[in-house]
Design a binder for this molecule. Structure first.
Ligand SMILES: Cc1cc2nc3c(=O)[nH]c(=O)nc-3n(C[C@H](O)[C@H](O)[C@H](O)COP(=O)(O)OP(=O)(O)OC[C@H]3O[C@@H](n4cnc5c(N)ncnc54)[C@H](O)[C@@H]3O)c2cc1C
Length: 206
């Protein structure tokens, strides 16, 4: 039983299924999440895994290319970073792809051999592997894996509220898709705004 059908869930499902396990993935969202959002960079270790899964060509067919990062700060000149140089310095094997395209490729590669249950979530896990769900009937599993993201449900059910294990660093990150009204092409524009009452220098020092 794997909770979460994004990146980690379907990849683990692929490998477990390949080696003979019967795998069920439960996903809270009603369908595979295809909401746009952000790109992820795959470097050598991830590229090797994608290659071993035989999915390199499908991933290559969906690549995006953020080449330039521009950082805007109040009272300072914009800083422009050539990301291609950064990527080359980090790894000799890299590509960029939208997270949900990657997730869909992994899902398509596993959907025939793995049971996917959408619109459901685990509500309890007993010591003997009995798993209860919000909607479906309880079922018994040998192994239960949490691949349900930063605020993992499985982790909370197993180890308790995440407040005991995480520290909030005072920042939120929100990702949305929107019309490209600035006609950006391969450019990431970043606007750094200090918290109210702090100058940019104070915020940077903090
Ligand atoms: C702006 C941005 C840029 C990033 N860039 C990169 C990058 O360049 N390279 C990189 O490797 N990573 C990058 N990341 C991080 C990357 O997106 C995550 O590491 C990756 O998505 C984690 O995959 P995951 O499968 O572990 O979890 P997630 O992608 O978080 O997916 C969790 C899944 O679990 C589901 N879920 C949640 N709760 C439940 C529940 N109770 N029951 C069932 N299902 C549930 C969710 O709906 C979701 O489908 C970036 C992230 C952001 C926001």
């Amino acid at each position: 039983m794997i909770s979460g059908a994004s990146v980690a869930g379907p990849v683990l499902a692929y490998w477990l299924s390949k080696y003979g396990f019967q795998v069920t993935v439960v996903e809270r969202a009603p369908t595979l999440r295809k909401t746009g959002g952000h790109a992820v960079d795959l470097f050598r270790p991830a590229m090797q895994i994608v290659t071993k899964m035989g999915l390199l060509e499908q991933v290559r067919a969906k690549v995006t290319g953020t080449e330039t990062l521009v950082i805007h700060r109040a009272g300072a000149k914009p800083v422009t970073v050539d990301l291609r140089k950064v990527y080359t310095a980090v790894s000799d094997d890299h590509l960029e792809i939208m997270r949900d395209d990657l997730s869909e490729i992994f899902y398509d590669a596993t959907r025939d051999n793995v049971e996917y249950v959408f619109s459901d979530s685990i509500t309890s896990i007993s010591d003997d592997g009995e798993v209860a769900f919000e909607h479906g009937p309880s079922r018994l599993f040998d192994v239960i894996v949490g691949a349900d993201g930063l605020h993992s449900n499985v982790r909370a059910l197993t180890f308790g509220p995440e407040a005991a294990f995480s520290t909030w660093i005072g920042a939120y990150l929100s990702v949305v898709s929107m019309p490209n009204y600035l006609n950006l092409d391969g450019v990431m524009e970043t606007i750094a705004v200090p918290p109210p009452g702090r100058t940019p220098a104070e915020a940077a020092a903090a």
